[in-house]
Design a protein around this ligand. Structure first.
Ligand code: G3P
Length: 221
């Protein structure tokens, strides 16, 4: 399973990339807005900066609600950088746009996906990635990871090439279970990514190693 960072924060992207943890980045209008980005020109500048840090897929989401507006933005976004993946929502207008944009050979990330049926439709349209939102499904009392597992199973049964990108990840358990059910990618918030690296027994063991070493080192001085 590949890990992408779900963030538009340049410091976090730089740190995660320098640690070799991530092979891509996903953004969305809310994550961009957290970085005080609310205009397409600023979004483009942000994405081009991210592209200097991560040599992998960078998902950039349209902000237009309507089919034509999505098309116009998608074809513009696709020109920003070779690694850009255009995010289109699983709305009716989004589905209409997916087929047109994917049909032009532009990689599409189908976002705001909440069901296997939506994922099946996106795969029909030729999207490169489908992003089932695990955390938001859980919030509503559903089993978000079960939706991911079902999409993986259906795509595997029909040898569908669309990648399953587990999104709306809220915990290290989500990361673990996304890997166990066979998601191709999990896009992970920075804090969760760092929690994946941390274990208290590692910290205690590292301290003990050094303490034992220093006892002998000091006895030799
Ligand atoms: O990639 C989608 C992700 O950013 C949504 O996460 O926590 O807002 O549901 P969340």
């Amino acid at each position: 399973m590949k890990l992408f960072l779900d963030s538009a924060n340049l410091d976090n992207i730089r740190e995660a990339s320098d640690m070799g943890f991530i092979s891509g980045v996903t953004t969305n209008p809310s994550l961009a807005a957290k970085e005080n980005v609310g205009l397409m020109g600023d979004y483009k500048s942000l994405i081009l900066e991210i592209a200097t840090m991560v040599d992998g897929p960078i998902s950039v989401e349209v902000t237009a609600p309507d089919f034509q507006g999505m098309l116009d933005q998608a074809f513009d976004i696709a020109k920003w950088h070779k690694n850009v993946v255009v995010k289109l929502p699983s709305t009716i207008d989004g589905f209409k746009a997916m087929a047109r944009v994917a049909g032009e050979g532009i990689p599409v990330n189908q976002t705001l996906c909440f069901s296997v049926n939506q994922a099946i439709l996106g795969a029909q349209a030729g999207v490169a990635y489908v992003s089932p939102f695990v955390g938001r499904l859980d919030d509503g009392g559903h089993d978000g990871m079960n939706v991911v597992e079902d999409i993986v199973d259906v795509f595997g049964f029909y040898d569908i090439s669309t990648k399953v990108l587990a999104a709306s990840i809220r915990s290290t358990l989500h990361c673990l279970n996304a890997a166990k059910v066979g998601a191709d990618v999990a896009t992970v918030p920075f804090d969760v990514l760092m929690q994946m690296a941390h274990h208290p027994l590692t910290d205690a063991g590292a301290i003990k190693f050094l303490d034992d070493w220093k006892k002998v080192e000091n006895s030799k001085k």
